[in-house]
Design a binder for this molecule. Structure first.
Ligand code: EPZ
Length: 420
């Protein structure tokens, strides 16, 4: 297995390009199950979760090819409607094939995703919504067996909790359902918006895009003809590198960003003392004269994203003042805390809240990644720790960050990828 070796005390400079959004790419790839024709998806990030989804589509019978950052997928020839455990266990977002497969074929089997470091992450809301649309759902031998022999029927769905992939699953199921589906308390993340825009631009009438109430007119089973797609920039990758600039108090520029998706992150960094230059597709973060502590509460978009919580905790360690971080979405998304404490951080956890002291003297150590965003927080802390840090189990990072060590090297960081 690979690990990252990082020398501390870095100042960064220069510019890097941000890749396409993993969490937009995954539902878009799953939506190809609804398409009549081959489609090209551009700006696709070369991360393991995307490779896993392509493998899952191939296992179902689709043909795929992936050159540079562009993939061609033809799912018109799918015959197999079982998403097997061996693939699904690698990536929870595989559940995104459930809605499209059921809507198109009237039956499918999808393995339950299994456990995850950041929380139990149930899919009860996905299943309840599909039952509201007329599906019969049975859980047997670790699989969701779903059937709707007459096809899915449009319905009014009210999500008890806002769920990103739950909204995406039902939007895709509704696209081929009979009649109108209304989703109330829908997720509004930019990745959900892009999925709706792509479907809407290609013949699926969707009202309320970007709001928490979506109305989708189904085609009653007719597949969709789709034009070329370009994945939106990854706001979490961008936010992670903004934190790299912030924690090292450097001036760096990120290109290929959509800063309208970054408002909560930019505002929080401004609160902490940082300043920015915003241009059409780029953002430059500039050093703070004094890094202030912050009060952070994670919430659904457009609030402060849970996927940036770990990275801001690392940044809070070098602030002059104390910070509090309240994780509202996941029950166990503080796995990075114990590893940061091993680097000398003063953090006190109580239930969903972390109290983070400022001015920590961080020391390099051997640390272990536990989940995708926690891993990036350890890398950020290592950039400013005294001495050398080794971050192990970085396969977590490779799921969602394109060549993270190369991009940080491009910014001048002393970081290497080595073999255990
Ligand atoms: C998506 O996960 C993202 N993944 C996650 O990003 C992100 O952290 C999360 O949304 C929240 O923004 C992708 O888009 C592929 P949810 P998702 O359903 O859809 C509860 C990353 O780092 N819930 O919005 O699985 C759930 O337990 C990943 O890129 C139910 O109770 O998250 C959680 O507490 C990590 N029942 C809350 O809702 C359900 O049926 C939000 O989960 C579904 C969800």
């Amino acid at each position: 297995m690979d690990y990252l070796e990082i020398e501390g005390d870095n100042t960064l400079s220069g510019a890097i390009k941000i890749d396409g959004a993993k969490n937009a790419a995954l539902p878009l790839l799953a939506s190809t199950i609804l398409f009549k024709n081959e489609v090209t998806i551009d700006n696709l990030p070369r991360v393991n979760d995307v490779f896993t989804m392509l493998k899952l589509l191939e296992n179902l019978g689709a043909t795929t090819s992936f050159e540079e950052n562009s993939a061609k997928i033809n799912a018109s020839s799918i015959t197999n409607t079982t998403a097997i455990y061996d693939i699904v266990r690698k990536m929870r977002a595989s559940i995104l094939v459930l809605g499209p497969l059921l809507a198109r074929f009237g039956e499918c089997k999808v393995s339950l995703p299994g456990g995850c470091a950041i929380g139990q992450r149930p899919i009860d809301l996905h299943l309840k919504a599909l039952e509201m649309m007329g599906a019969d759902i049975v859980i047997e031998q670790g699989y969701v067996r779903a059937s709707a022999p007459q096809g899915l029927q449009g319905a009014t769905i009210v999500f008890d909790k806002i769920t990103v992939t739950g909204t995406e699953n039902i939007v895709m199921a509704a696209a081929l359902a009979h009649g109108e589906t209304k989703i109330i308390n829908a997720a509004k993340e930019p990745e959900v918006v892009q999925l709706c825009e792509v479907l809407n631009e290609n013949g699926i009438k969707i009202e309320g895009i970007g709001s928490d109430e979506l109305i989708i007119q189904g085609t009653a089973g007719a597949l969709i003809d789709v034009k070329q797609i370009r994945v939106i920039p990854d706001r979490i990758e961008a936010g992670t590198y903004l934190c790299a600039g912030a924690i090292t108090n450097s001036k760096i520029t990120l290109e290929n960003v959509n800063h309208t998706h970054l408002f909560a992150i930019i505002l929080k960094l401004q609160e902490m003392g940082f300043d920015f230059d915003l241009k059409e597709n780029s953002i430059t973060i500039k050093p703070a004269s004094k890094i202030k502590g912050a009060k952070i509460t994670t919430s659904e978009y457009p609030g402060f994203p849970t996927d940036m919580q770990a990275q801001f905790m690392a940044l809070a360690l070098v602030a002059d003042g104390a910070s509090s971080i309240d994780e509202k979405l996941f029950e166990n998304r503080f796995m990075h805390v114990s590893e940061l404490i091993r680097m000398g951080a003063n953090i006190i956890l109580s239930n969903h809240t972390a109290m983070v002291e400022g001015k920590n003297q961080l020391n390099g150590a051997d640390v272990m990644a536990t989940d995708l965003r926690a891993s990036s927080a350890l890398v950020l802390a290592a950039l400013v720790a005294n001495g050398t840090t080794k971050v192990h189990r970085i396969y977590h990072l490779d799921r969602g960050y394109v060549e993270l060590e190369k991009k940080l090297q491009q910014l001048g960081a002393k970081i290497k990828r080595l073999k255990e």
